[in-house]
Design a protein around this ligand. Structure first.
Ligand code: FES
Length: 177
């Protein structure tokens, strides 16, 4: 392999590991892979878990899975793009992922989601026509102790209400919406 390519690969791995170190969801995902003894044939199962945790599969997440399962990134991308039940990174400039896992649901996350849907005039899984905001849901992001939790551009934020969520999204939802 060309030295520059190797360098790029190492840079990507460093970035992913740095990203992963501060986010508990990566630890939960790693524990899940461990449960499957990091077996290659657990890839689909692992990607399901990743999607439950993150709401969608972005590049860093796919690289993390590839790295931990010791699989070529191309294989992991291939599987993630082949199956329709996987959601790749949405087009929105910003992302808002509302957790609908049991703990968050019990504490009112459905109301938070409803408020965001009404304000942004989109449904979960959609992106606003101006591409500013993509709205997604997750099933337990590993932050049950601070339920209901919402992830704004990758930052897990505790105890959200419809009001705090709308406040957070203020600059991301245009007036035309
Ligand atoms: S249910 Fe939302 S963080 Fe666990």
């Amino acid at each position: 392999m060309l030295p520059t390519l190797l360098h790029e690969k190492q840079k990507a791995a460093d970035r992913v590991m740095q990203h992963a170190s501060g986010d508990k969801r990566f630890k939960i995902l790693e524990a899940h892979m461990k449960k499957h003894q990091f077996k290659h044939d657990a890839l689909i199962e692992v990607l399901h878990k990743a999607q439950e945790l993150f709401g969608y599969l972005d590049d860093d997440l796919l690289l993390f899975v590839a790295y931990k399962l010791k699989l070529p990134a191309s294989r992991v991308y291939g599987v993630a793009t082949f199956y329709h039940f996987f959601t790749l990174k949405p087009q929105g400039k910003h992302t808002c992922v509302v957790c609908l896992g049991t703990a968050c649901y019990v504490k009112g996350s459905a109301k938070v989601l409803e408020a965001v849907e009404a304000k942004a005039k989109i449904k979960a899984g959609e992106t606003t026509p101006d591409n500013e905001l993509s709205l997604l849901t997750a099933r337990c992001i590993g932050a049950c102790g601070i339920a209901p939790a919402v992830v704004y551009d990758g930052t897990v934020t505790p105890r959200q209400t419809p009001e705090t969520a709308l406040e957070h999204l203020k600059g991301w939802i245009s007036h035309g919406h």
